[in-house]
Design a protein around this ligand. Sequence first.
Ligand SMILES: [Zn+2]
Length: 279
Amino acid sequence: MNGMRCATARALATGVLLWSVAAAQADIFRPSKEDQVKLGTDAAAKVRKSEKLLPDDHPRVRLLRSAAQRILDAIPADQRKKEIWKFSFDVIDKKEVNAFAFPGGPIFFFNGLIDKLETEDQLAGVLAHEMTHVRNQHWASAYADNMKRRLGITAILTIFNAGSSAFDIAGVADDLLVGLPYSRKHESEADRVGLDLMVRAGYNPEGLEFVMRMFASEGGRPWEFVSSHPDPNNRSKAIAKWIKESGKTFPPSTPLSPEVRKKADGQGVKQPAATKKDG
Ligand SMILES: [Zn+2]
């Protein structure tokens, strides 16, 4: 018997075992797409109850939704067919310079962010970034990673050996829906994929670069309280590089209309309790 070969075989076997455990770990804690939609829908309903939102016919809301539709229409049909996301787009009447997405599709912008924007392309850049977080299920990955860290390897092995899913929708606390940081990798992916998407939709990608530069110049405050973002300075540089390397020319940016630019503070309303419309 060749001792060396035996040790190698053992190392290989261990490697394969660890690899398969690692591969399985990611999945046992991962909420399904359906669970993500359910969690996001419930969380959005809570936001609509607790915050004042600009009404549906407000110019800011109408622009946000038409830009979002334009971006959704730009998703290739074969991808869209497979997606079950329930997107919604609302503006919260608060001064925060921020926007965020819940898993499964609900996206909220704050009045304070729209106050800072000059073009529809900038708005579209943030939208496409947030929609990519949803479509690429970044929250579900962050949630699974968080559970792995909290439980440790022994518990994971136990659950793994039991062969069941460890995801429990009732166990997801509110703070985990908004408090989970996305990884650097996810942020960069949301920038990159979002950029492609906004370009497909006919927007000028410099809009996203502008927003990133704005955050950098304002002391690096990133959007999304759900996120521990990488330095916006580096991100704006990365975006500028992608735009340059694409070698393409892009359509001119579309300035926001005076109605959209007009400050909308205090125009938010609380969502009425029952809003189910017929027809
Ligand atoms: Zn992000």
